[in-house]
Design a protein around this ligand. Structure first.
Ligand SMILES: [Zn+2]
Length: 141
């Protein structure tokens, strides 16, 4: 049986705020304005501009569920089921996939917000999940 790949070094993907969901570390393209998450320096996913055209952008950790799927069985090592995979449209634009912090399958249109689900030894947020928020459906902060 092959050995699992060693875990890649964790990198911070979000920054805590005094209150509310953490800010997500995204990037904005200076050539076309496209905003993306997570941050990367490979180049713009829309216009292909060189990675030097990308600037860090703090994105609100809030969004709306586009789709949800409850995974009841997973064969991956160390992955406990059930869990819920979400497709989310962030309020700042990017479409992301993330896990639900909680149970069940929220309906499309449900408001969600990021929660820190993992930190490194220095307290940097290296894993983010999304929880159902108290906002009214479709409302933006
Ligand atoms: Zn671009």
């Amino acid at each position: 049986m092959p050995e699992p790949h060693p875990a890649a070094p964790a990198a911070a993907i979000a920054d805590p705020r005094p209150s509310g969901p953490p800010d997500l570390r995204g990037v904005a393209c200076t050539a076309c304005g496209r905003v993306a998450f997570p941050a990367q320096d490979l180049g713009c996913e829309r216009c292909g501009a060189d990675g030097a055209a990308l600037r860090p952008a703090a994105l609100a950790g809030t969004g709306t569920v586009a789709a949800a799927a409850v995974v009841r069985r997973h064969d991956g090592p160390g992955i406990d089921a059930p869990f819920t995979a979400l497709a989310i449209v962030l309020d700042d634009g990017p479409f992301v996939h993330a896990l639900l912090d909680g149970d069940g399958g929220p309906a499309p249109g449900t408001r969600v917000e990021a929660v820190a689900a993992g930190t490194d030894g220095d307290g940097a947020i290296v894993e983010v999940r999304f929880a159902v928020s108290g906002d009214a459906a479709g409302g933006a902060a």
